[in-house]
Design a protein around this ligand. Structure first.
Ligand code: GYE
Length: 414
């Protein structure tokens, strides 16, 4: 397929954001982790700053990057419309694809509002009008389907492959196949355990940092409420077990579980990043622990919504002035709405808009330039319902807590 050099316009019109960087998360292990504590992040990686490189020393102006511009209101309303049910589908049906850059994107699935925002962003970024032929596969959270999708991209000899890996393990073989065919592979969002020569670059979030931020916030919040010496019972509705997002968040929060000896994690269970499973798991927790639960950590907003439904049905109050503190991750528009309503106490952002960064990197390659950085962290914010914690500190990082306002919601891009 003939490639065409062109300026990727997508990123140029976008707002300003920052990439943050540090050492990579990948280790060269290709096996399924046995416990939720077996995570991929570098344990010594505490020096996270808002910089745009794997080497913090390179924190120069050049590190400012472009963020994206995606539609508002990424809810699951479009779920059926956006589903491909594991079918490979191209976003263009014209015959004339020869001048387009072909990109295969193996997406995780359609499990959450965050995921739908990421999909929309990728579809807009790699559109035909911007010079791409996107071959999109929704793997429906099935790691085997996802690997098969990548194999089909290799067979089709697509120009580039983009993967948001469902789980961290099991990738070496198929990535070697891509390498053998000289097809550059980009990773977005979740990381994998593999030799880093097998992909060009990764763009995503600092999941361990998000987990640490949640722990630091909870500690500071409890202090502010004069509850620092109370026994605090915590349950966690985890994201897909074995995904980099779950592993990182569990590990980061785990540091605060260890250091606060009056905190007890009653249980952590897989909520699959969905509202349905979030509700189911919360019901199970309520059956097992009755009124003992002080805090629910939800690995994404959809799980938090499910947990809230279960608590509502059980007649248990939560959020601001409630009996149960709810902490969530993602901070999508509808998650922040619940924060504004005082239903979720704190929400830690994970940015789904990584596709334009890949487009920039592809543009560099098309123009014969080297892709600047291998490991690229996208900056993220921390939100709370009550104006009670000014800032949090974890590792060597200080983050301002943002108290959600109507205006923030109106301006939210996803
Ligand atoms: O938190 C969740 C999604 O990988 C960071 O996956 C992502 C997670 C996100 O479905 O909502």
């Amino acid at each position: 397929m003939k490639k065409r050099c062109f300026a990727v316009m997508a990123a140029a019109v976008m707002g300003l954001s920052f990439l943050t960087g540090c050492t990579g998360e990948a280790k060269n292990e290709d096996v399924k982790p046995e416990t939720t504590d077996n995570i991929v992040s570098d344990p010594d990686n505490t020096d996270r700053k808002d910089v745009n490189t794997e080497n913090p020393a390179e924190n120069t102006d050049d590190n400012t990057d472009k963020a994206t511009d995606t539609p508002e209101n990424n809810t699951l309303d479009n779920e059926e419309k956006n589903r491909t049910d594991n079918l490979t589908k191209s976003d263009n049906n014209a015959d004339n694809t020869d001048n387009l850059i072909s990109v295969g994107f193996a997406q995780v699935g359609h499990e959450s509002a965050w995921r739908m925002a990421a999909t929309t962003c990728a579809q807009e970024t790699f559109s035909e009008s911007k010079g791409y032929n996107l071959v999109f596969v929704d793997a429906d959270n099935n790691p085997e389907t996802q690997k098969e999708a990548v194999r089909s991209f290799i067979e089709q000899r697509l120009d580039y492959i983009v993967i948001d890996p469902i789980v961290t393990y099991g990738w070496n073989e198929v990535l070697k196949e891509a390498k053998a065919q000289n097809i550059p592979v980009f990773l977005i969002d979740r990381t994998i355990d593999c030799d880093d020569s097998l992909y060009v670059a990764w763009f995503g979030s600092d999941f361990e940092g998000e987990g640490e931020a949640a722990g630091a916030w909870l500690q500071t919040y409890l202090e502010a409420k004069g509850r620092q010496d109370e026994e605090i019972n915590i349950v966690t509705i985890a994201g897909t077990i074995g995904s980099a997002a779950q592993l990182g968040r569990t590990r980061g929060f785990g540091k605060y579980l260890n250091s606060n000896t009056n905190w007890t994690r009653l249980e952590e269970k897989d909520g699959m990043f969905t509202e349905e499973d979030g509700k189911k798991v919360m019901k199970e927790f309520l059956d097992s622990y009755d009124n003992k639960i002080d805090v629910v950590i939800c690995h994404n907003d959809n799980e938090a919504w499910g947990a809230m439904e279960a608590l509502d049905e059980a007649g248990i109050s939560y959020g601001v002035n409630g009996d149960v503190i709810i902490v969530s991750f993602d901070a999508v528009h509808d998650g922040l709405k619940r924060v504004l309503d005082g239903k979720i106490n704190a929400d830690f952002e994970c940015n789904p808009l990584s596709a334009p960064y890949v487009a920039d990197a592809i543009n560099d390659m098309e123009n014969g330039k080297k892709v600047k950085k291998k490991i690229n962290y996208i900056d993220e914010g921390c939100f709370q319902a009550e104006d009670i914690v000014t800032r949090i500190e974890y590792g060597k990082k200080t983050m301002r807590m943002l108290t959600v306002t109507e205006k923030m919601l109106e301006e939210r891009a996803y």
